[in-house]
Design a protein around this ligand. Structure first.
Ligand code: FBP
Length: 254
């Protein structure tokens, strides 16, 4: 069995995500956070992140240079798509390999499945194969479970669709399920129950008001979520250190 504790502290998890340059493009960035070193510095200064998520190019060119310092364990995102295809049925295919994740020193891999997309089956098949290979090589597997596409249109954040997505993640073998918050603890508790032994991480989403983010995290941590995978709400913040520490206090209950 793969050791999921490699990306947990006291049974909780806080991941810093930085794959948005591929997913969204430079629109998310400013002069500071366009530099991957800025993200690594946030992780080094705060020491609260239990993992950091990069695509291959950034991992290869930036992560090793920081490995002398105290950077969080690497999670390599294996698939991805660009933001040029708005309105199309989402499809995100494998861009790099489990072997490459091992070579780069990653402890885990990430893969997005667009549940409800016309192409969902293709992603599930690819994910399953990746899951087997990653587990054979002792890597943790995190499924980004995103309901998207015409079959779930308007229901992307609904209790039933998120619970279904969480269940698919468990059935496919993901160690962690990264998923949107349904908006209230009661409905989210059903999502967490459906994920079963697959640990639930809530995705951060677009930058929001700090108080709103902190309240939301308090809410879902109450119902046994394992933590948060967050990007823009940290590195787009005017004080990324302060917000990281506040989130860590809630997540690790310190
Ligand atoms: P954020 O906290 O910035 O939303 O990052 C989490 C994440 O899952 C990233 O890994 C990914 O790039 C992004 O969200 C995808 O967001 P979306 O599909 O909503 O555009």
């Amino acid at each position: 069995m793969v050791d999921i504790n490699k990306i947990m502290r006291d049974g909780k998890c806080m991941l810093l995500a930085y794959d948005q340059g591929l997913e969204h493009g430079p629109t998310d960035f400013n002069d500071e956070n366009v530099d991957p070193n800025y993200i690594l510095e946030i992780a080094e200064k705060t020491q609260v992140y239990t993992g950091i998520v990069f695509q291959e190019g950034i991992a290869e060119k930036y992560y090793p240079s920081a490995s002398s310092g105290q950077v969080p364990p690497l999670i390599l995102k294996l698939n991805g798509k660009t933001g040029f295809h708005k309105g199309e049925e989402p499809l995100s295919l494998q861009l790099t390999s489990v072997d490459q994740a091992v070579r780069l020193g990653a402890v885990g891999v990430g893969y997005t499945i667009y549940v409800g997309s016309e192409h969902e089956q293709q992603m599930m098949v690819e994910f399953r194969r990746i899951c087997d290979e990653a587990h054979q090589k002792d890597l943790i597997v995190i499924a980004w479970m995103y309901p998207r596409g015409k079959h779930v249109e308007g229901k992307e954040n609904s209790k039933d669709v998120l619970a279904y997505a969480a269940r698919i993640s468990l059935e496919l073998g993901a160690d962690f399920t990264k998923i949107a918050y349904s908006g209230d603890p009661e409905s989210f508790s059903w999502v967490v129950k459906n994920a079963g032994a697959s640990k639930v991480l809530v995705q951060g989403g677009a930058k929001k008001d700090e108080a709103e983010l902190l309240d939301e995290v308090k809410d879902f941590m109450q119902v046994e979520a394992t933590g948060l995978a967050v990007g823009r709400n940290i590195w787009q913040a005017s004080d990324p250190i302060s917000i990281s520490l506040k989130l860590a206090k809630i997540i690790f209950n310190t």
